[in-house]
Design a protein around this ligand. Structure first.
Ligand code: BG6
Length: 478
């Protein structure tokens, strides 16, 4: 069992706590022992009465989905003389909500005094409020070992991310800072490492010599889901590409780390992103944006984005973005990485697709070898490869076949995996300060061009696969 920790969630009344944090924590406790107390805090006093029920409900729901594994049950039985209750029951019995303004140093002092063991301050707050709380924390005597966990977006641009990093560095050392990107907690993303590095047939082709193009796509069928307050000032580029998609790119493109640990893995992620830049350097050529109009997805009818509640259409927020970048390392010389993410599309697609260079025809065998790809499905974890063979019927004609490897889903929800690192004090799966700034730097020219309205805002019908004119290999490539 790890040392006792109190997870102090600031902004605990928000959607994130209920939808992602508590279920993630429950999935973690179903598989690993942690002595954790949860304290929720926020300005909204109405959350207090229902708080314990909220925590209990999330825990029970997740317990059904993630039954406690047998090894854990045995271990608990051995401990049961001292305490009959499970870690989850103890957590539910001890949790509470404190109504407080965390931007006030006195209130923060009281919140920290309520924590037992090492406090983990979890900022489930918008960037502007996070910055204010950090300013208040600088005036507080923060207990030794306190960890800070910060939700994305980390700042609103490179400059604000740098200022926030400086502020945080004055509060606790970097190894106690956890900038959250839950994609790094997805087993499907982490599995890319094993797939790349533990397979003799894949490792040698994982470079520009064999790979012609890489596409990383996160298409969602969900629309705005009532999140205008956050999303309308972010858009697809900042919400997904600036953070999650660049992290996936880094895992795909990094050099093999000598060890998978907080130093080596994060150094190699940083190396990739330090060397990632727009494909041609021209943000208008290398990126495109679009916004959905009314349409139907399955049995749901969506209004146009511009008419969604809370949206200011004059902001011209994009709900679909595509950016082409290059990774300026020898391994990826001249290989375009096309990054795409959008909402309200006809089909959910989370995948990395590596397109292999064509092979020459085989004189004496009919047909030209077709495009061969390695597709990593980041939703299911499945891996799919095309193989060209000479066909069953006529052995002198080429045919295309497919190899698919299926994978079981991970034990932990992505937030469970990320929380595991936080509760253990291991920052391997969190974003390092330099990387948080660098990710803004990569997309900043595009943000600026879109703010200046240099790039047209295209339209696509909700439920379609994007604007009809968006064909071709990716922006800047056709
Ligand atoms: C979040 C974004 O970080 O990731 C959402 O803010 C997006 O807009 C979500 O829907 C996607 O994550 P997942 O785990 O649901 O694929």
């Amino acid at each position: 069992m790890s040392a006792p920790v109190t997870l102090l969630i600031l902004g605990a009344g928000g959607d994130l706590t209920k939808r992602l944090l508590l279920p993630g924590l429950a999935s973690l406790l179903a598989h690993h022992d942690h002595d954790v107390t949860v304290i929720g805090a926020g300005l909204d006093d109405t959350v207090r009465d229902g708080w314990t029920d909220l925590v209990a409900e999330a825990m029970h729901h997740a317990a059904d989905e993630h039954p406690v594994d047998e090894r854990r049950s045995d271990a608990e039985e051995t401990d049961s003389v001292a305490d009959e209750s499970t870690p989850t029951e103890r957590l539910i019995a001890s949790t509470r909500y404190i109504t407080a303004d965390a931007t006030d140093p006195d209130a923060l002092t009281e919140l920290l005094a309520a924590c037992t063991g090492t406090p983990v301050i979890y900022f489930a707050l918008p960037p502007a409020v996070t910055a204010k709380v950090c300013a208040a924390l600088q005036k507080v005597d923060v207990p030794e070992g306190t960890r800070l966990a910060l939700e994305k977006p980390f700042g609103v641009d490179e400059e604000s991310a740098r200022a926030l990093n400086e502020r945080i560095a004055a509060i606790v050392p970097e190894k106690q800072v956890f900038r959250i990107d839950h994609f790094l907690g997805k087993s499907t993303v982490l599995n890319i490492l094993g797939l790349r590095l533990a397979n003799r047939i894949l490792e040698p082709v994982w470079d520009a010599g064999s790979i012609e193009r890489v596409e990383i796509v996160f298409d969602e069928t969900l629309g705005l889901e009532g999140r205008a307050g956050y999303y309308d000032s972010s858009g697809a580029l900042v919400d997904m590409i600036q953070s999650h998609v660049l992290e996936v790119l880094a895992i795909i493109a990094m050099e093999p780390p000598p060890r998978v640990d907080e130093v080596e893995l994060r150094d190699n992620v940083a190396q990739v992103l330090r060397n990632t830049e727009l494909w041609s350097g021209d943000p208008v050529a290398d990126a495109r944006r679009a916004r959905y109009t009314a349409g139907t997805i399955g049995d749901r009818t969506l209004p146009s984005y511009a008419e969604e509640k809370g949206v200011d259409p004059s902001r011209k927020t994009e709900t679909l973005a595509e950016v082409t970048v290059r990774v300026k390392t020898r391994r990826w010389h001249d290989v375009p990485f096309v990054l795409r993410s959008g909402k309200a599309l006809g089909a959910k697609r989370s995948q990395a697709r590596l397109v292999l260079r064509p092979v020459s025809p085989i004189p004496g065998i009919e047909g030209t070898p077709r495009e061969q790809t390695i597709v990593l499905d980041l939703m299911t974890g499945d891996v799919q490869m095309q193989l060209t063979m000479n066909g069953g019927g006529d052995p002198f004609r080429l045919e295309q076949s497919e190899l698919v490897a299926h994978q079981d889903s991970g034990d932990l929800l992505p937030y469970g995996e990320v929380l595991r690192g936080i509760l253990d004090g291991d920052p391997m799966l969190s974003i390092r300060a330099d990387v948080a700034e660098r990710c803004w730097h990569i997309v900043q020219p595009v943000i600026d061009a879109w703010r200046r309205d240099d790039t047209p805002l295209d339209e696509y019908e909700a439920g379609s696969d994007g604007p009809s004119g968006w064909r071709g290999d990716g922006p800047g490539l056709s």
